[in-house]
Design a protein around this ligand. Structure first.
Ligand code: ATP
Ligand code: MG
Length: 268
């Protein structure tokens, strides 16, 4: 049964998509796990990056088709044996309209993705969901479908904005819809070139999310990661290897944490 993870923060451009894609990529390519990456963002950035990285020139299916057909099976793109993706396209912006027109109960509206993922969960070790930075039907559905959230923390900012909002939202979803989602970790990300990890932010994050939840791995600012938006993910030289290593460290720490949570969960 797959462990389903959403990468969250309600701020734009903090690296959510990069982390979702690279965590999926490394788990599948370097660790031999079966991974499904679900693109829940009509911008389709994750889909584009995966397609560009694997020579897929045309994607002619979309998660929205699956939603309209009531099954996601037909819109899975098997990028490699281990890495599968459900892509998104701009038309997916009409998802809220579709939901309100076709699904009556509020609880069923927020649980639509969950319902459609359930029949395919057994086929994967991990399912990652990439979401837009808005509080919306997209993020609500991702939250209801996920077992864990990996929260992105902008480590060089003096505020926990985005990550803080996320915690309030988790509480709201738990109160209103019985969402059952656990924080897998809080991952510091540096987006400014030359930015340093702000230790006071890390300390505040530890107070807020719990000492053990703030991850030791840090996503540094690496120009190569930006370059991959254009070239696709490569593995040709030292800079590529350095960029891959950043995410290998993240997934190894994440897998360790998840194993502990899953073990503890068995005895609850
Ligand atoms: N560690 C990094 N080093 C350098 N550039 C990065 C890094 N992480 C992400 N970027 C770049 O920053 C930009 C935003 O990243 P990304 O698209 O992953 O953010 P996002 O949070 O998903 O954005 P959105 O809110 O629009 O969905 C992209 O151009 C990406 O290549
Ligand atoms: Mg994104």
């Amino acid at each position: 049964m797959a462990i389903t993870i959403v990468v969250g923060n309600f701020k734009g451009g903090v690296g959510k998509t990069k982390v979702s894609v690279m965590a999926s990529w490394e788990l599948a390519m370097a660790r031999g796990k079966k991974v499904l990456l679900v693109d829940m963002d009509p911008q389709g950035n994750a889909s584009t990056l995966i397609a560009r990285s694997t020579g897929v020139t045309e994607i002619n299916t979309s998660i929205f088709e699956g939603f309209q057909n009531g099954s996601l099976k037909e819109c899975i793109v098997e990028v490699t044996d281990n890495l599968h993706m459900i892509p998104a396209q701009v038309s997916f912006k009409n998802f809220p309209k579709f939901l309100y027109a076709n699904v009556k109960e509020e609880i069923d509206q927020v649980s639509y993705l969950k319902k459609l993922l359930d029949p395919i969960r057994d086929e994967y070790d991990y399912i990652f969901i990439d979401v837009p930075p808005t509080i919306s039907d997209f993020s609500d559905n991702a939250m209801m479908a996920a077992d864990y959230v990996l929260i992105i923390l902008q480590a060089q900012e003096l505020s926990l904005e985005g990550a803080e909002t996320y915690i309030k939202y988790l509480q709201f979803m738990a109160d209103n819809y019985d969402a059952d989602i656990q924080v897998a970790g809080v991952l510091p990300v540096l987006l400014r070139p030359g930015g340093r990890v702000d230790m006071s932010t890390i300390e505040r994050a530890k107070e807020m999310f719990g000492e053990d939840n703030v991850m030791e791995s840090v996503i540094k600012h690496l120009e190569r990661l930006k370059a991959w938006d254009v070239t696709g993910i490569t593995d040709n030289d030292m800079h590529d290897r350095k960029a891959h290593q950043v995410f290998l460290d993240v997934i190894d720490e994440l897998e360790e944490k998840l194993a502990q949570f899953e073990e503890a969960g068995k005895y609850e």
